[in-house]
Ligand binder design. Structure first.
Ligand code: PEP
Ligand code: MN
Length: 350
């Protein structure tokens, strides 16, 4: 930390700041300028007490951290990218994965037909909301336990791992048997007790960025998971709230490039919730790949016009298949390979 003192601070006050710094366990190193003096506090800010309390001293103008507040998930701590393994799928190792499926699991027919279509088009993971965090309490809240049974069938039929959102800690046990990646949604991205509980479940986690979270807040949410023993984290940018209302949210691709630079975790993009409309999904997917995304999460419904939730942003299976073809050259240009869900079967395999 750098402690910037007010202009013309007396020698006595500088001494008092040095004493405070030492008492907090850091070594003070004072640099005197003509007008101003700054005190550098040397020591690991992530393991020692906070120096921010020094801001309460009259002679202190500002306390500036120089280390990142997130540690375990940072590139400073680990330069190589973290890979997250989910069954046969390995995320974050130069293979581009697409998670696809409906916003919500609504019926057996809907989920199974959508799942088989997205698998055929090349999706490597399935999605489907079981418990839905809806803005209005009158809107469809998800089928709950019944949806889990349907997701289990879709998983068996396609052989693909499944991703679904947990909205409360009490549902974790119920979900754990079937769900391969637990999603923390944008609305719960700052629910720290839920983050801790999900971390302790040990399951891979997809952490959406909060509706109004800064990149630092998003990465600190990931740090909660890592600090509680779960390094199997995938970040997902899904658009943030801005003044723009032509789209549902504003896809923040600078956050994707920045997260890839600052943090060692894989980063996905969900253009469906960012745009809120089907006609932008292809362009936003291409741009996400160019910005460095490791994968996409796309909402697909066998009949979007009949969907119980997010009908205007869900692609038809045909549109999804076209998208999967369209992105291939972009994935290649980004130096990645498209993930495949074709199981290699040899003669000797049973
Ligand atoms: C979802 O993916 O189902 C969802 C609700 O997304 P978000 O939390 O990003 O709004
Ligand atoms: Mn949705």
């Amino acid at each position: 930390m750098i402690i910037v003192l007010r202009p013309h601070t007396t020698q006595k006050d500088v001494k008092a700041v040095e004493v405070h710094v030492s008492q907090l366990g850091y070594q003070p190193h004072t640099i005197r300028g003509v007008v101003r003096t700054v005190v550098a506090a040397i020591g690991d800010e992530t393991v020692k007490k906070s120096l921010e309390t020094l801001e309460s001293l009259d002679c202190v103008e500002r306390v500036i951290p120089i280390q990142k507040r997130y540690k375990l998930v940072s590139r400073e701590a680990q330069e190589e990218p973290t890979a997250v393994r989910v069954g046969r799928v390995e995320i974050g190792k130069g293979v581009f994965h697409v998670i696809a499926g409906p916003c919500s699991v609504e019926s057996r027919t809907q989920m199974l037909s959508t799942a088989s279509a997205v698998a055929k088009a090349g999706a490597t993971l399935l999605r489907g909301g079981v418990f839905k965090p809806r803005t209005s309490p009158y809107d469809f809240q998800g089928l709950g336990a019944k949806a889990l049974g349907i997701l289990a069938e879709a998983k068996k039929a396609t052989g693909l791992p499944v991703v679904s959102e947990v909205v409360r800690e009490a549902d974790l046990d119920l979900m754990s048997d079937i769900i391969d990646i637990v999603q923390i949604g944008a609305r719960n991205a700052m629910n720290y007790s839920l983050l801790e509980a999900v971390a302790k479940s040990g399951k891979p986690v997809m952490l959406k960025r909060g509706l109004a979270a800064t990149v630092e807040e998003w990465l600190l949410a990931a740090e909660y998971l890592a600090k509680n023993g779960n390094p199997h984290i995938i970040l997902c940018e899904r658009g943030i709230r801005t003044f723009e209302n032509a789209t549902r949210n504003t896809l923040d691709l600078s956050a994707v490039a920045l997260a890839k630079m600052e943090c060692n975790l894989p980063v996905f993009v969900d253009p469906s919730h960012a745009a809120g409309r089907c006609d932008l999904i292809t362009a936003l997917s291409r741009a996400s790949i160019a910005a460095g995304a490791d994968g996409l999460m796309i909402e697909v419904h066998h009949r979007p016009d009949e969907a119980y939730s997010d009908s205007s942003q869900q692609l038809t299976p045909r549109q999804f298949a076209a998208l999967m073809k369209d992105i291939q050259p972009f994935v290649k240009a980004a130096g990645m390979k498209m993930g495949s869900n074709q199981q290699k079967t040899g003669r000797n395999e049973s």
